[in-house]
Design a protein around this ligand. Structure first.
Ligand code: 5GP
Ligand code: ZN
Length: 108
């Protein structure tokens, strides 16, 4: 838990979010300003600032995030039409929330 981190607060249930999935290692909720008909954020419970800060021991987290995205896309019936999985990394890469997350965009 990082002080003043919005996604740590959401993960802990201290701030509301529209969750579509939760387990011990990650949560998935709707983006508050969607850029696609389906726009979800896949967020590990562990506070990691960005892809730049991933360590060897985080390999399973990244793997879980991608496999969960695939499963959720299938559940939301957007697999066939196609979707994007995006990481924004640091300010130049468009990151504004500095707690690792992956965007799942689709449903066009
Ligand atoms: P980034 O640009 O850091 O990759 O993406 C952060 C995303 O978080 C943005 O798409 C933004 O709309 C979303 N976001 C920011 N604040 C909140 C919030 O309080 N709740 C939810 N559900 N999404 C948020
Ligand atoms: Zn955090």
């Amino acid at each position: 838990m990082e002080k003043n981190c919005l996604f740590c607060q959401i993960v802990k249930g201290e701030k509301p979010a529209d969750f579509v999935y939760q387990d011990d290692s990650l949560v998935v909720f709707k983006d508050i300003r969607p850029h696609a008909p389906v726009h979800l954020l896949i967020v590990p419970r562990k506070h990691i600032r960005s892809v730049n800060d991933l360590r060897e021991e985080d390999k399973e987290i990244i793997s879980d995030m991608i496999f969960k995205a695939k499963e959720i896309a299938r559940g939301q019936e957007i697999s066939e039409s196609g979707y994007k999985l995006i990481f924004n990394i640091e300010r130049g890469g468009g990151q504004v929330i500095f707690h690792l997350h992956m965007h799942l965009l689709g449903g066009w």
